[in-house]
Design a protein. Structure first.
Length: 170
């Protein structure tokens, strides 16, 4: 945000008075207006709106008796749990995805190829997921297929032969 230049022809004090007026409007918040309160009470409030509501209350300079019930309604909405998050992603789906992620991370190893680090994930048996895919009518969505593979993979990582034919050390 820039301030427009002010001429010094009328004097330094006059220029500072004009600039002070511009600067103070940026720092001094304007009072809360009735239409702002009514609009916010009608909208869905969440915990992320807490700062906005507190700022509206702090800037209120008018009729507290009339606006008090509006502030109370906003506070009540802020205290309500946010159920729409449960509808978007249920906790069960998040826990399943977290379990699948942990299975992949347990199988991951950092290896050096030509002096560069690479992440190598040990092979997963996809046959059970292929059978499951045939039972469900087939799918070409990789994410669903990989989810089925990880769901049929045991939690404990079994020893997998290294590329040189030697068993990895426990």
């Amino acid at each position: 945000m820039s301030t427009p230049p002010e001429s010094l022809n009328a004097g330094r004090d006059q220029a500072h008075a004009v600039l002070r007026g511009i600067w103070n409007t940026r720092v001094t918040p304007r009072p809360t207006e009735q239409h702002e309160l009514s609009a916010i009470v009608r909208k869905e409030l969440s915990s992320s709106d807490l700062g906005t509501v507190l700022a509206l209350i702090a800037r209120n300079e008018d009729d507290w008796e009339a606006r008090g019930p509006l502030f109370a309604a906003m506070a009540e909405k802020l205290l309500q749990p946010e159920p729409y998050l449960q509808e978007i992603v249920p906790a069960e789906a998040l826990l399943k995805d977290a379990s699948r992620y942990r299975k992949l991370v347990r199988r991951a190893k950092v290896i050096q190829i030509d002096g560069r680090p690479w992440v190598h994930i040990e092979p997963l048996d996809a046959l059970p997921a292929t059978v499951s895919e045939e039972l469900f009518g087939g799918t070409t969505i990789l994410e669903e297929f990989l989810a089925r593979v990880l769901d049929t993979t045991p939690d404990a990582v079994e020893a997998v032969a290294s590329p040189q034919g030697k068993q990895p050390k426990p």
